[in-house]
Design a protein around this ligand. Structure first.
Ligand code: NAD
Length: 257
């Protein structure tokens, strides 16, 4: 039975990925911030979905020693880590001259450095067992920029560099590393924004989606969490052994333009 750690899996994309791995019989280690009781309810629900066991570790992605403990605890509990999904991320949108340095540090820390600390700690075990899958959730913003997102765009571009390097270092050890680069993903957070924007601008919700939020996304449709989760599951499989060092857009054509 294989074991996967998904960082930032108490909500959104990470939760969807964790759920899909649980359904498919993996041991899953959840991670993220949030209300303790709600997290336990989620953990218990996921635990019933498949043959594997679902646990939670509350490592703060800004703290390298807690990330090291996440890896150590998982290896002790399940004997091995087979798949890492560095997914935790935050955003801040502001022009660069006003961008708070503390926000820059937090975004680089959570969205990029945490992946380095996670992979660094888990790589020896993966190399030794000659199997490993690193599947990071980057972004279309790992491939192209948008204004006012300096830290996020820098972190996501950095993530692609990290993934390519890990792919080369792991290539002869059965360890692959890839980045999924989603466009706009339909999460509860985005759904709320649609209703608010429609009210504020006096537009229909459909027009808000196509004319405001998804202006850059040619399909004019959101990426679904389940679509990302399906790609992550495939990248974890034996069939995906020769896909490594890749940045895989799932963005409705955004970065084709
Ligand atoms: P989300 O806010 O729903 O989830 C973020 C997760 O990260 C949560 O579980 C949160 O608790 C966790 N997290 C935040 N700070 C943390 C910390 N210090 N330590 C541990 N966990 C922490 O967001 P989401 O939309 O699901 O985003 C997940 C990833 O996907 C992010 O890396 C994001 O950049 C990326 N992404 C999102 C979109 C989108 O449109 N939603 C598009 C492209 C890429």
């Amino acid at each position: 039975m294989k074991t996967v750690i998904v960082t930032g899996s108490t909500s959104g994309i990470g939760l969807g990925i964790a759920e899909n791995f649980a359904i498919n019989g993996f041991n899953v280690v959840l991670n993220g911030l949030g209300d303790e009781k709600e997290i336990e309810t989620t953990r218990a629900r996921l635990d019933t979905l498949g043959a594997g066991e679902v646990t939670f570790h509350g490592a703060n992605m800004l703290k390298p020693d807690e990330i090291a403990d996440l890896v150590k605890t998982t290896e002790e509990k399940f004997g091995a880590i087979d798949i890492l999904v560095p997914n935790a991320g935050i955003q801040h949108v502001e022009k660069i001259e006003d961008f708070p340095p503390a926000k820059w540090d937090a975004i680089i820390g959570i969205n990029l450095s945490s992946a380095f600390h996670l992979i660094r700690a888990a790589m020896p075990g993966m190399k030794e067992r000659k199997f490993g899958r690193v599947i990071s959730i980057a972004s279309a913003h790992g491939l192209v920029a948008s204004p006012y997102k300096s830290a996020y765009v820098a972190a996501k571009h950095g993530m692609l560099g990290l993934i390519k390097t890990v792919a080369l270092e792991g290539a002869e050890f059965g360890v692959t590393a890839n980045a999924i680069c989603p466009g706009y993903v339909e999460t509860p957070l985005v759904a709320g924004q649609i209703a608010d924007t429609a009210k504020a601008r006096g537009m229909s919700e459909e027009d808000v989606v196509s004319e405001v939020i998804l202006k850059a996304q040619p399909t004019k449709q959101f990426v679904q969490v389940g679509q990302i989760a399906a790609l992550a599951l495939y990248l974890a499989s034996e069939q995906a052994a020769q896909i490594t060092g890749a940045a895989l857009p799932m963005d409705g054509g955004w970065t084709a333009q």
